[in-house]
Design a protein around this ligand. Structure first.
Ligand SMILES: [Zn+2]
Length: 161
């Protein structure tokens, strides 16, 4: 992993209404607890401690998920963004523009993992023919997702009910 440049840890939600920047990062983790599963609607919470976090466009809405923790998310597109507790703020790893450089180093609440979690990386993959059909479909996609870098302006997306 290359040495992160200070202030280079930018990211945001899928629609781009919320953007953030962290001055530095702490320990990246995967939490299997049922609350993280639900908050991410996925196998768990991929989170990293974010020091000197600043909202550079918009800001999250919050759900107080317990008496001690609130979780931030984009109120427009629903992307999970933060886990905020009395000891600090963690940010969803995959919301960062350079998520691939933030590898989790520890699992929390492993006993609570979904019973099929350990089998995920061994699942079969598409055949080349299936991949080609999927590529043809993807070629016709006009993405409304914010790009993985900061932008001067980003138009409000229309057609959202
Ligand atoms: Zn959004």
């Amino acid at each position: 992993m290359s040495t992160p440049q200070p202030g280079s840890w930018s990211g945001g939600c899928q629609c781009g209404a919320v953007r953030f920047r962290a001055g530095s990062l702490g320990r990246p983790s995967l939490c299997h607890c049922r609350m993280c599963q639900k908050a991410f609607a996925s196998v768990g919470g991929l989170l990293v401690t974010a020091n000197d976090l600043a909202w550079t466009r918009g800001g999250p809405k919050y759900f107080q998920s317990s008496n001690k923790v609130r979780r931030g998310f984009c109120g427009d597109c629903g992307t999970p963004l933060t886990y905020e507790y009395p000891g600090g703020v963690e940010v969803a790893i995959v919301a960062f523009d350079r998520a691939g450089e933030i590898a989790p180093v520890i699992q929390h609440a492993r006993a609570a993992r979904l019973p099929w979690f350990d089998s995920l990386t061994g699942l079969p993959v598409r055949t080349p023919e299936e991949e080609a059909r999927a590529a043809a479909f993807y070629a016709g996609i006009a993405s409304r997702q914010h790009p993985d870098h900061d932008t001067e302006a980003w138009p409000a997306q229309e057609g959202v009910a």
